[in-house]
Design a binder for this molecule. Structure first.
Ligand SMILES: CC(C)(COP(=O)(O)OP(=O)(O)OC[C@H]1O[C@@H](n2cnc3c(N)ncnc32)[C@H](O)[C@@H]1OP(=O)(O)O)[C@@H](O)C(=O)NCCC(=O)NCCS
Length: 251
């Protein structure tokens, strides 16, 4: 899966050019510390005694954010640490919106100019088992959303569709929360539409809606993109598939 800035090529290709994304494998701690140092930051004091997993995830997420910012803003993009606020929302440089995720062996981040997007959210998840999707399904998506797994260029399995909707809603939450500061549940965001891309069912565009977050009565428009990568093709995957989602609220 090696590409420019570490993201699956099908994801980089399907996103609008004004969204900059990067991913970084959650490798050994000493290597991550070295990679972070090259970008000009280290572990914040509050994480020095955190468990190894948390420190590695944090660094892989911040390294991804640093690389995405460098691509967006040039080499001066990352000036030290991107701190989190009291709600754990990253504080981006002036004029930038963005989002960080870490999971399924990767840190993942997206950034864009704040005059193009009001918010951005990203998420990466391992595709759940059919049993997990069956057990958790009703808490995360309704029947209409599950029916969107059928598409002209091929169907997603129920487990893939569950993971897609779960991940897209997490991304939507991260795109909305920094601006609206509302806690949303899975039924507060709905997947309205899925359009498979050139690669068939395994990548495409999304449209979502939410009734809850609104600005002067106007409901924010939510658009998204997803890519399902085959774990066996990924070096760090351990033979599992991953769902990558990006959700944006265009200005
Ligand atoms: C915030 C939340 C979405 C994070 O998702 P997650 O799968 O646990 O974790 P991820 O690795 O994908 O993302 C973690 C990163 O999200 C960012 N983040 C945390 N809280 C955030 C928030 N409220 N808004 C935006 N970004 C947030 C941080 O950068 C964090 O990484 P860091 O602590 O290293 O800085 C999740 O923990 C949560 O609170 N969910 C409740 C709301 C929800 O899921 N509703 C259903 C969907 S609408």
């Amino acid at each position: 899966m090696s590409t420019a800035r570490g993201v699956p090529p099908s994801l980089a290709d399907s996103l609008p050019r004004d969204i900059s994304v990067a991913a970084h494998a959650i490798g050994p701690l000493d290597e991550l510390i070295e990679d972070a140092r090259e970008l000009g930051f280290g572990l914040p004091a509050g994480l020095e005694s955190a468990i190894d997993k948390r420190r590695r995830e944090y660094l892989a997420g911040r390294i991804s954010a640093g690389n995405a910012l460098r691509h967006l803003l040039g080499s001066a993009g990352l000036e030290g640490e991107i701190a989190g606020d009291d709600d754990d929302v990253p504080r981006w440089p002036e004029g930038v919106v963005g989002s960080i995720s870490h999971g399924a062996g990767f840190g993942f981040a997206a950034v864009a100019a704040a005059d193009r997007y009001r918010g951005l959210g990203v998420d990466v998840e391992r595709v759940v088992s059919a049993q997990q999707a069956g057990r958790l399904g009703a808490r995360v998506l309704n029947e209409r959303e599950m029916s969107l797994r059928h598409g002209g260029s091929g169907d997603l399995t129920e487990a893939e569709m569950f993971t897609l909707v779960f991940s897209a809603k997490e991304s939507a939450y991260k795109a909305l929360f920094p601006r609206y500061r509302q806690v949303l549940g899975f039924s507060d965001v709905e997947l309205e539409r899925r359009e498979a891309g050139d690669g068939g069912a395994r990548c495409g565009a999304l449209r979502l809606r939410t009734r809850v977050a609104s600005e002067g009565g106007a409901v924010p428009r939510l658009v998204g993109w997803y890519v399902l990568t085959d774990g066996q093709a990924d070096e760090a995957a351990g033979g599992t598939s991953r769902m990558w989602t990006v959700v944006a609220t265009p200005s």
